[in-house]
Ligand binder design. Structure first.
Ligand SMILES: NC(=O)c1ccc[n+]([C@@H]2O[C@H](COP(=O)([O-])OP(=O)(O)OC[C@H]3O[C@@H](n4cnc5c(N)ncnc54)[C@H](OP(=O)(O)O)[C@@H]3O)[C@@H](O)[C@H]2O)c1
Length: 299
């Protein structure tokens, strides 16, 4: 059995590849642009014929939320048409697709964690393109698995934690939004969850396809997330941490609107696959520790 991982040089893809290398089981072929392009159906089809994957994990995406507002065509090509191509080829060849999606498919007008079957109502181009990607995947067959996650960070790529730690070196004061609520998710934890589902698919004949949620346990704001990053950094020896000033979304305009409340209810993934959540502050501390061991305080 072969697992094809697409998007392997992104922040989640790298964690999936690293963790898979440390586990037994099927071989994994890991690819990203330029060797694989999920928008190129002809080349993708050829790749499927050569590799004959039984499971495809798609972590590839267009993730620049603000730039998406002015690059809608590219964003839809990668986030809607790409997953549609992968899902169609998986159906044709008998493979199962594990596809990653986002909390930004919700409008954020609620105040209790979103369930998998709550209606989606995205408020920006990125969220709309991801919602259409989910639909395209689920329309091909109910056997595929979509995992929605939120506020992703990790050792690799660009993310909020690394940005905060970089800014700690450059600034004495930072203004951070305090009225958007969500669940920070460690990419390494999500990678474990994805691989647990892949193991499950390999071992079981039948499985419950559908949409699942996975994120860190606990709800917070970007402001509280930032102060937690600096508390942990100070504890681990960072000499200077900035003062963090809470601001409202209205005071901090961005090109794309973001949901004000996008916490996810993750009980479904626990019930179907036995995957529990990790408290977000514990994962944050472990990740910062790992990053500092790897690269010091140079962000
Ligand atoms: N980041 C978050 O906060 C967040 C939150 C919720 C959900 N998610 C979802 O989680 C998943 C993983 O996100 P991430 O943060 O790991 O993303 P990422 O770091 O941006 O990685 C995405 C990878 O996909 C590649 N890619 C882009 N277009 C492609 C194409 N046409 N064909 C093949 N590969 C392509 C990118 O390559 P280039 O870098 O060369 O473009 C990049 O290596 C995505 O589905 C994302 O929507 C992310």
């Amino acid at each position: 059995m072969t697992i094809l991982l697409v998007g392997s040089r992104g922040q989640l893809g790298r964690e999936v590849e690293n963790k898979k290398a440390a586990r037994s089981g099927s071989d994994m072929v890991a690819m990203d642009l330029p060797e694989i392009d999920i928008t190129d159906l002809a080349k993708l089809s050829q790749m499927f014929s050569e590799l004959k994957p039984s499971i495809v994990i798609n972590t590839a995406a267009y993730t620049a939320v603000d730039a998406a507002e002015t690059q809608a065509d590219l964003c839809y090509a990668v986030n809607r048409d790409g997953p549609a191509n992968l899902a169609g080829l998986c159906v044709k060849t008998g493979a199962t697709l594990i596809h990653i999606s986002t909390d930004y498919v919700f409008d954020g007008s609620g105040n209790t964690p979103y369930h998998e079957d709550d209606p989606v109502s995205p408020i920006g181009v990125y969220g709309k393109s991801k919602a259409e990607g989910e639909n395209a995947v689920m329309a091909r067959t109910g056997e595929h698995i979509v995992i929605r996650t939120s506020w992703l960070y990790g050792k690799y790529g660009k993310n909020f934690v690394k940005t905060m730690l970089r800014l700690a070196m450059e600034k004495d004061t930072l203004h951070v939004v305090n009225d958007q609520y969500g669940c920070p998710t460690c990419a390494a934890d999500l990678a474990e969850a994805v691989l647990m589902i892949a193991d499950f698919l390999e071992k079981q004949n039948g499985h419950e396809g559908g949409i699942y949620h996975y994120c860190g346990e606990g709800i917070t704001t970007w402001y509280d997330f930032a102060t937690s990053i600096f508390d942990i950094a100070a504890e681990l020896g960072l000499a200077k941490v900035p003062k963090v000033v809470p601001v409202s979304t209205a005071q901090f305009p961005t090109a794309a609107k973001r949901p004000l409340f996008s916490a996810l209810d993750c009980s479904g993934i626990e019930k179907s696959f036995g995957i529990g959540l990790r408290p977000w502050k514990q994962s944050l501390k472990r990740t910062i520790q790992e990053m500092v061991t790897r690269q010091g305080w140079n962000f």
